[in-house]
Design a protein around this ligand. Structure first.
Ligand SMILES: [Zn+2]
Length: 302
């Protein structure tokens, strides 16, 4: 009899639901990856955009509203990267917690090294989708450190009982980042000062950290598709300055970059700005592993 009741008690325990996890929704997989690393078992994370989609222009799905309605925390890039789709979704989610300014909203840009901040009043020059500074800042691993600290602080604020876990996971994340930065910096060091052309202006933070020079963009302005006259300028620029590589985000039409490459001898390299862009880019660390290997392999063939 005693045995039976013990078995019964164990069965009840096994069936009991695990402690509720914090529900974290992020716009980008990059932030979800960091939140996973910091939150561990205490959080469940989901990203709205896929890593192979243009982060400026994400198709809003009805399922996003459901995810946001249940979220305890929303992490966004800010700087108006998500202006085209996120604000109406937040409204439709009817979840007050995650409104900007409320405790369940984290703008990941805060505290990061943000480049190209406007020094004059923002005029929103036609087509400029970077009105408040460059919103692709997570491509500098040091900004990843800032983001990880902000996420750890936010998770601790929302779930104080998890503080020891978040602190331990943050320390592990930072230690790994420091170690990986040494490896990445060493791989990129021989190419310091290399000039590149990029399709969209996604890489100023990456270029700053890894000491590349971005000489021009295939887009005449962020968000404006290539024009024949601008393409000709880029062809001349690449020829004059002997620029070896054109870095192209995976969601742009490769027709113009390929045509520029054919006329100049430059090599087109697909450069992934976000986690999830390829199956092997599974977290924030493998994002840099992939792009740096792609860069180095392309340069070795020049
Ligand atoms: Zn952009």
């Amino acid at each position: 009899m005693k045995k039976l009741s013990l078995a019964f008690a164990l069965a009840v325990l096994a069936a009991a639901p695990a402690a509720a996890r914090l529900r974290v929704v992020s716009t980008l997989d990059d932030f979800a990856s960091v939140a996973d690393a910091i939150g561990g078992e205490r959080v469940e994370t989901v990203a709205l955009a896929k890593g192979y989609q243009d982060p400026h222009f994400v198709d809003a799905k009805p399922s996003f509203i459901l995810k946001l309605s249940r979220a305890d925390l929303l992490i966004a890039a800010g700087l108006e990267l998500e202006i085209g789709y996120l604000p109406p979704l937040i409204d439709q989610s009817r979840n007050d917690k995650i409104h900007p300014g409320n405790p369940g909203y984290l703008d990941a840009s805060i505290g990061c090294d943000i480049l190209q901040r406007p020094t004059t009043q923002v005029t929103r020059a036609m087509g400029d989708v970077h009105p408040y500074g460059n919103p692709h800042y997570w491509t500098d691993p040091e900004n990843g450190r800032v983001i990880a600290r902000a996420i750890a602080a936010k998770l601790t604020e929302l779930d104080p009982a998890g503080q020891p876990v978040y602190a331990k996971n943050l320390a592990a994340f930072e230690a790994r980042l420091t170690e990986k930065e040494r490896e990445w910096d060493a791989k990129m060091a021989p190419y310091a000062g290399t000039k590149v052309v990029t399709f969209h202006d996604s890489w100023p933070n990456f270029a700053k950290h890894f000491r590349l020079t971005i000489a021009g963009h295939v887009e005449p302005k962020p968000g404006i598709p290539p024009t024949p006259s601008h393409t000709l300028e880029i062809i001349n620029l690449i020829r004059d300055q002997k620029i070896p590589l054109i870095l192209v985000e995976p969601y742009f039409d490769s027709k113009t970059p390929n045509s520029i490459a054919a006329q100049t001898g430059a090599t087109v390299v697909t450069f992934y700005p976000s986690v999830g862009g390829l199956p092997e880019i599974k977290d924030y660390f493998s994002l840099f592993d992939y792009d740096i290997n792609a860069f180095v392999n392309a340069m070795k063939k020049k």
